[in-house]
Design a protein around this ligand. Sequence first.
Ligand code: ZN
Length: 243
Amino acid sequence: MSKIAILGDIHSNIDALNVVLDDCRAQGVEEFLCTGDVVGYNACPRECLEIVRSLGCPVVMGNHDYYVCSEDLNLDDFNPHAAMVVQWTRDQLSAEDLQWLRDLPFTKTVKGMTLVHSTMDRPETFGYVFDNLQAQANFTNQKTPVCFHGHTHCPMIYEHSINGVYRIDPQDFKLQMGRKYFINVGSVGQPRDGDPRATYVIYDNMAKTVTFRRLEYDIAAAQARIRAAGLPERLAERLAEGH
Ligand code: ZN
């Protein structure tokens, strides 16, 4: 094994996911990992779930996966649009799909790498990591040299060494021995860092290199599916804005 693709926050966006998987094939990716939020926001939860399941790869639970599969969760605390999308997504999925989501773990360690949707600091509460202090709380609980995550939809590298925690903008990067890395792989289906292109990471675990991939996809097609499904217009608009 050397080239591993880490995909996260796919969020039911089949147009973005297909382009990402084509790119994985072109890049010679041999294995996949998924940092969760397969569903939510966009209009193709069933199709995206089927593809991710067919990859047969390790997947961890995202907060949207959790909302959708927890049928006794009270949606009154959600804003009306969010509650509507959760309910709509539930209605698209089979009982088997929902059970598959329910069975997802919050964290997973695979061959010396950790996967988590949000942070290793109480992963079941889905806290956001946007700064070094929040990343430090993760590192306290991160037992492997590399941990991949998502949740903010903003790609980022956090590095932990004896000098403390540093934030490194997403770029081609070689991991250093004796340090720990907490790497946000960005979002396949709803990027929020101002760049609307689909994002994922290729990790070469022999060369210890990380590559952030950014890919154009047919945003208009994804928007048309959202509108055809009757989902909130804002979800279509934000795809083009990358926020
Ligand atoms: Zn997400």
